[in-house]
Design a protein. Structure first.
Length: 440
């Protein structure tokens, strides 16, 4: 059971553990020190954005402040049990475990988080190894050099009598190849470390833009009706968050489209209508816009509005080649950074059926929980002209599904390389997850 302390007391405890002064926390949260003092002594109620800001400043989950560590621990244990249903964990005994054996419960929760982190790292590295040409070249050079050294060493070992001149040549080759191997390995490590620091393996402008939007929760109040700012002004104020020229040019297009959507689809009316149904096609017809625009709007609602509708919502868009042009990941439904997503996603099926809205319930094969309803549509980009082949862009809205039935459910993956499904008609390459399970 959670301790009977209040949110303010928990904030004070966390601040003290971090060795942070009250004035510093107040500055980071954007409030006065006197107001924070009232909060910490439980004289002011706290919630919403302020709680999120304080949690971010303390680098903790908001639930640790609002509910206490035990509640967060129990939630993590339930998540671990749901992810590994085959283990047969007694879900109804989670609270008893956390109460009677908090140390063991914390250990299980920590291992669950560690496994999640390793899985995310595996997904990122898999994408990098598959699509990063610099990393692939370095890896190829290292493997080629190792093969050359092995071949030369094998000759020296297996050949009983070698003329001194040839022996010296083989020794020289091994020495030179060893130097190349050391240099190649150093370049490989440097590229991996650089990618880890930047979280941007190729300095892709799309990654810069998406990090900028993610930091804003994909909602930009200054571009909403009455916000008073232009896309150019928002980009100018972004500073180092959009450092490259290419990222700023890409952001200009995305923010201009955002402003256009916001002008036609105000948050209030859209939220009110979506409370009746989350069908983007029906909502698009009601507001006189295309389904793609409505999907973008639902994915950019402010957190409080999305929460009333069961959100937030994920969104992914691609061009006619299947290359991702926009990504807003949803918890439990990761999106590959470089494309190469599961070909069974409705996003790609929509490209072969332009202008026809598709609805499909999905569940990821690599996860024990998480049901989603997806809506997808492919629409022409720009004005359709006679005698000119249109270009199509597809959108897929990802909505958490409260219905956990198997009816109409399709199991899909994230990307083939980490999908554990043994039999799949859309598989492009073997899964390293399946290989690991077979080896075990």
């Amino acid at each position: 059971m959670a301790r009977p302390t209040l949110t303010g007391s928990r904030i004070r405890e966390r601040r003290a553990l971090r060795g942070m002064r009250q004035a510093e926390l107040a500055r980071r949260a954007g409030i006065s020190a006197s107001y924070l003092n009232l909060i910490e002594h439980n004289r002011r109620r706290i919630g919403g954005k302020l709680l999120l800001d304080i949690a971010a400043a303390l680098d903790v989950e908001p639930s640790l402040l609002s509910e206490g560590a035990e509640a967060a621990l129990i939630a993590t244990l339930r998540e671990a049990a749901a992810d590994r249903t085959e283990a047969g964990a007694e879900a109804d005994a989670v609270e008893e475990l956390a109460g009677r054996f908090p140390g063991w419960a914390a250990l299980v929760a920590a291992q669950h988080r560690a496994i999640e982190g390793l899985e995310r790292t595996l997904e990122v590295l898999t994408d990098r190894l598959t699509h990063d040409p610099h990393l692939a070249a370095s890896m190829h050079e290292v493997l080629s050099t190792v093969t050359a050294i092995h071949s030369t060493a094998s000759i020296l070992v297996e050949t009983k009598e070698i003329e001194p001149e040839w022996r010296d040549r083989f020794h020289r080759n091994i020495n030179e190849d060893s130097q190349r191997l050391a240099e190649g390995a150093q370049r490989l490590v440097s590229e991996l470390e650089a990618g880890q620091r930047r979280q941007d393996t190729l300095g892709a402008p799309q990654d810069e833009v998406e990090r900028f939007l993610a930091a804003r929760g994909f909602h930009l109040p200054e571009l909403e009706a009455g916000g008073g700012a232009t896309p150019a002004e928002v980009i100018a104020e972004a500073g180092e968050a959009l450092s490259s020229t290419a990222a700023r040019e890409m952001a200009q297009g995305i923010l201009a489209r955002y402003a256009e959507d916001a002008a036609r689809l105000a948050v209030g009316p859209v939220t009110e209508a979506a409370a009746e149904t989350l069908d983007p096609g029906w909502l698009a017809a009601r507001f006189g816009v295309g389904p793609g625009a409505m999907m973008r709007r639902l994915a950019s609602l402010p957190p409080e509005a999305a929460a009333t509708l069961g959100g937030p919502f994920g969104l992914v868009a691609c061009d006619a080649s299947g290359t991702f042009t926009f990504r807003r990941p949803l918890p439990g439904f990761p999106l590959p950074r470089f494309g190469a997503a599961c070909p069974l996603w409705p996003l790609f099926q929509a490209l072969s059926r332009p202008m026809i809205p598709l609805r499909q319930r999905l569940r990821l094969a690599s996860r024990a929980e998480g049901w989603f309803v997806t809506h997808a549509v492919a629409e022409p980009v720009g004005v359709v002209q006679a005698g000119r082949e249109p270009l199509f862009e597809a959108h897929m809205l990802i909505v958490p599904d409260r219905d956990e039935s198997e009816e109409g459910l399709r199991r899909v993956g994230v990307t083939c390389r980490i999908c554990p499904r043994a039999e799949c008609r859309g598989r492009r390459e073997p899964s390293i997850m399946a290989e690991s399970a077979a080896a075990g």
